[in-house]
Design a protein around this ligand. Structure first.
Ligand SMILES: *Cc1c(COP(=O)(O)O)cnc(C)c1O
Length: 371
């Protein structure tokens, strides 16, 4: 049977060649794997134009492991951080600060509102003790885009450090250290890079990294020590996810072949536009204003109609090979459909046709949820 199509925020549909890249074994201390590790980190750091200034440090685990490794390494235990939060991933960062016992103040927005740059600017001017600002680039809770370039401008003008969770944007949304000065960012293999899940990374300013010895509370998540290990012999400190790295290596080749970030951005934008137009035609309402929507994942309000039952809707689509995603909004009943991964406009069009069929099956006349 064919694999399901993953219209989700990750893990995502990967290409046959990315899957095939995992059909081998590598010795973790062998030259071929050491070369692969170096090749992958070099390509990742080049994607944000940061070869000269930053270092990419890989870490085993899902994206959350990479975020926690980045925060605990890059932010000294005594430092004060301002976290901008407008969704579940911002809240997860705040929870990490609690676990770490490190000081964070929070600017919270509702989940459909982007981070407030003027408020950030005022806070940095008023409180000289804030050394770090933490933000999620695309908040995957809704798919909302935070104004990262404006945030970076304000943070850098104030002489503070910017720390970015770029998990769901890295490789698809434009992001260059030239116009978004950042101290550290984190992302993972299995979102817009379209690799298999299991490895994350942080791209950290080299000069800053030199000051980070002893910051981390954790042996396995200490990116200063991880970097020291890579520099010593090109090897990972602990068992690397060899197959996952091989899939990421192949995925990066395919990313370059697609035209890099602009190429991927174009395909995802087309996917997102097709999806929003089609869903609107089917009578669904998007939870976000169009201008705030990143071409990563879309959120729709669950129709208030007794005939619409999300679990049934989900299962009927799954039977047709399409996996969508439940909503994560705290104040509204929603569901999500991703537009990333190895999927194109034809896949979206087919999904929309399936949704129309399912609506008809659920008793909606003409396969539409509203008149
Ligand atoms: C996916 C994601 C993460 C990490 O999630 P994992 O499930 O640990 O991979 C972190 N932040 C954002 C914004 C994400 O989209």
């Amino acid at each position: 049977m064919a694999d399901p199509k993953l219209f989700t925020p990750g893990p995502l549909t990967t290409s046959p060649s990315v899957k095939a890249a995992m059909l081998h074994d590598w010795g973790s201390r062998d030259g071929a794997f050491i070369d692969m590790t170096a090749r992958v980190t070099d390509q990742l750091v080049a994607l944000v134009d940061a070869r000269a200034s930053h270092e990419c440090i890989l870490v085993q685990g899902s994206g959350t492991f990479a975020v926690e490794a980045m925060l605990s390494t890059a932010i000294a235990p005594g430092a004060k951080t301002l976290v901008l939060a407008n969704g579940a991933y911002g809240e997860r960062i705040i929870e990490m600060f609690d676990y770490l016992g490190r000081e964070a103040i929070v600017h919270r927005e509702c989940e459909t509102t982007a981070a407030d740059v003027a408020r950030l600017d005022a806070a940095l001017k008023a409180d000289r003790d804030i050394q770090f600002v933490c933000v999620v680039h695309c908040e995957t809770t809704t798919g909302i885009l935070n104004p990262l370039a404006d945030i970076a401008g304000v943070v850098s003008a104030a002489g503070r450090h910017l720390i970015v969770d770029a998990m769901s944007s890295f490789g698809a949304l434009p992001l260059s250290v030239d116009n978004v000065p950042f101290t550290a960012l984190a992302a993972s293999s299995n979102k817009c890079l379209q690799g298999a899940p299991g490895v994350g990374f942080s791209i950290i300013d080299k000069a800053h990294l030199k000051t980070c010895q002893g910051n981390s509370h954790s042996l396995s998540l200490d990116l200063f020590a991880q970097s020291k290990g890579f520099h010593a012999n090109g090897q990972w400190r602990f068992t690397p996810p060899t197959h996952v790295l091989a899939s990421l290596d192949q995925a990066l080749t395919e990313h370059a072949n697609e035209g890099g970030v602009p190429g991927r951005y174009r395909r995802y934008t087309e996917n997102c536009r097709t999806l929003l137009e089609g869903m609107s035609g089917l009578g669904f309402q998007s939870a976000l204003d169009a201008h705030a929507q990143a071409p990563i994942i879309t959120t729709f309000l669950t129709p208030e109609d007794h005939r619409f039952d999300f679990d049934r809707f989900y299962r009927a689509l799954a039977t047709r090979g399409d996996l969508i995603y439940p909503g994560k909004l705290t104040n509204a009943d929603t569901f999500r459909i991703g537009c990333i991964g190895d999927l194109d406009k034809r896949d979206i069009t087919q999904l929309l046709a399936h949704i129309g069929d399912v609506l008809a099956e659920m008793g909606f006349e003409n396969g539409r949820v509203s008149a």
